[in-house]
Design a protein around this ligand. Structure first.
Ligand SMILES: Cc1ncc(COP(=O)(O)O)c(C=O)c1O
Ligand SMILES: N[C@@H](CCCC[NH3+])C(=O)O
Length: 497
């Protein structure tokens, strides 16, 4: 379905992500800027102007002259002072999302008489300030490497409130986690059971562990971010028996304290059914272990993966709804199995930080290109920005779709079909595949691309020796550098000649 005044077929929904399609360029003038080709019916014109509240953080508005503002700061001032490209993060929005997830899950699971711990998945984006905010909002921190663990510890998050994941943890990472007194190590293979137990023996302290299981569920926005089907590297198979074997192996090692089971089925999941199915599998495995050994696992972690909207008109996961469905499922399955309800934990990353941030770029080269579409030739405006796949790998890696808007002046009504591209030496260096931008977009304009807070800076690279952009937090009109911009000197310092 397409919105009135907009042409072409809607994007095709592929495994939870909307993929833009080649559409004819017949929309002509008076189509509001920033609208992806995939906007469905019912989107209000103001929202379609690029400020759909699902896509922009709650602090983003347009000022009196139409320029974008975030939490009271004008993007032109931000660009003047800090340069572009830059990731611009709305702190209040981050805190609000963290609270929303904690409250939604806590309330829902209280109805079945159990508590919930929400771990912020630092892989989405981690800095000292962000780890501190998450903890201040009552979340714990999930880390996946020694580096993430170091950031959480530097933030002052107590070890007991940190979890450590990883399918290939090094001995140093295991030792560091044990030294820090982490609340849980999530064991990912049979071999790791003994490695963690041996490391714990050396420290003289019992190691609290969970066993990550593979439930066989295939979910997620892209093959590369699905993590619970059988043919991938994470976890221990329930169907194949390795999960139960690992649980027995943990119980056999007195240096280990078995906390519970862990499952993470994938990322950018928009439908709760996969989470419910995984919960059923985990609870049955827990009951099997109980029956076989008399050992009742106290905790079950249902992982992260809650999907967000990337394009105007898309619907993100509603935390209240998904929490309600999961609590109902967990309650019903435990009743059915005759087992007490376990404590629950979850690990959202993208849903907390993704929509809090937009990337601010400066437009450089603008080039009209004649393209042969299915319905004849049309002009596509290639809008080059001063970043690209080095600051947002997701379009190149997953075919991920984004929207964009000119940020330094009012949204245009006279728009042209555009593609936002980066400055790297690859034709696949695309930031926004297909979007209507101001027909007069020109060098020097600022362009904002929303929902880049998750897996943007955290997957950024130095491709073509491009320094990585800073992360700027805006709070009540004040801009603070959370992570500074890299410089050429930083890059050259690594090159020993
Ligand atoms: C084990 C684990 N937990 C949590 C997450 C966070 O996922 P998301 O950012 O999709 O919520 C991931 C990443 O997919 C993960 O691998
Ligand atoms: N990096 C992925 C998500 C992977 C999550 C980590 N298990 C993305 O950008 O969508």
């Amino acid at each position: 379905m397409t919105r009135a005044g907009q042409t072409g077929p809607a994007g095709t929904d592929v495994a939870g992500g909307t993929v833009g399609t080649d559409v004819p360029d017949a929309a002509g003038p008076h189509v509001t800027e920033g609208v992806s080709v995939s906007v469905p019916d019912g989107v209000a014109p103001g929202q379609a102007a690029g400020l759909d509240p699902q896509v922009w953080s709650s602090g983003v508005t347009r000022g009196p002259d139409g320029a974008l503002r975030v939490a009271g700061a004008d993007v032109r001032d931000i660009a003047r002072e800090h340069g572009t490209p830059a990731y611009v993060l709305d702190e209040a929005d981050f805190r609000r999302r963290a609270r929303t997830y904690r409250e939604a899950f806590t309330r829902a699971f209280a109805t079945i008489g159990t508590g919930v711990d929400v771990y912020y998945a630092g892989k989405a984006f981690l800095s000292v300030a962000v780890a501190r905010w998450a903890h201040e909002e009552g979340l714990r921190v999930d880390t996946a490497t020694g580096g993430e663990l170091a950031v959480a510890l530097r933030a002052g998050v107590p070890g007991a409130d940190i979890g450590l994941h990883g399918n290939n943890k090094s001995d140093a990472e295991i030792a560091r986690a044990l030294d820090a007194g982490v609340g849980r190590l999530i064991v990912d293979s049979l071999a790791e059971v003994d490695r963690v137990a041996d490391a714990a023996a050396r420290t003289g302290r019992r190691a609290p562990v969970m066993v990550r299981v593979t439930t066989g569920i295939h979910a997620g926005g892209h093959e590369y971010i699905s993590t619970a089907h059988e043919d991938q590297k994470f976890g221990l198979s329930v169907a194949g028996g390795q999960a139960l074997e690992a649980l027995h192996a943990v119980l056999a090692r007195p240096e280990l304290e078995l906390l519970g089971l862990h499952s993470h089925i994938g990322s950018q999941i928009l439908d709760a059914a996969g989470f419910e199915e995984a919960a059923r599998t985990l609870l049955r495995l827990r009951a099997d272990l109980h029956e076989g050994t008399g050992y009742l696992l106290g905790e079950v972690d249902l992982g992260g993966g809650y999907g967000v909207a990337y394009l105007p008109g898309e619907t993100p996961v509603d935390p209240v709804e998904v929490a309600g469905r999961l609590a109902a499922t967990v309650g019903a399955v435990c009743t059915e199995l005759g087992t007490p309800v376990p404590r629950i934990s979850i690990e959202p990353g993208r849903a907390i930080v993704g929509p809090t941030t937009f990337t601010l770029y400066t437009v450089g080269t603008v080039k009209p290109v004649t393209v042969e579409g299915d319905d004849g030739a049309f002009t596509r405006t290639y809008v080059s920005v001063d970043g690209g796949m080095s600051d947002n790998l997701r379009p190149a890696l997953y075919g991920a779709q984004y929207t964009a808007t000119v940020a330094s002046r009012a949204a245009a009504t006279d728009t042209a079909r555009s593609r936002v591209v980066g400055k790297h030496c690859e034709s696949g260096d695309i930031v926004v595949h297909d979007v209507r931008l101001a027909a007069d977009v020109r060098p020097g304009d600022l362009l904002a691309v929303p929902v880049t807070g998750a897996y943007g800076r955290s997957m950024a690279s130095n491709y073509n020796h491009v320094p990585r952009p800073p992360v700027l937090a805006v709070t009540d009109g004040v801009v603070r550098v959370l992570v500074r911009r890299e410089t050429e000197d930083d890059l050259l310092a690594l090159d020993l000649g």
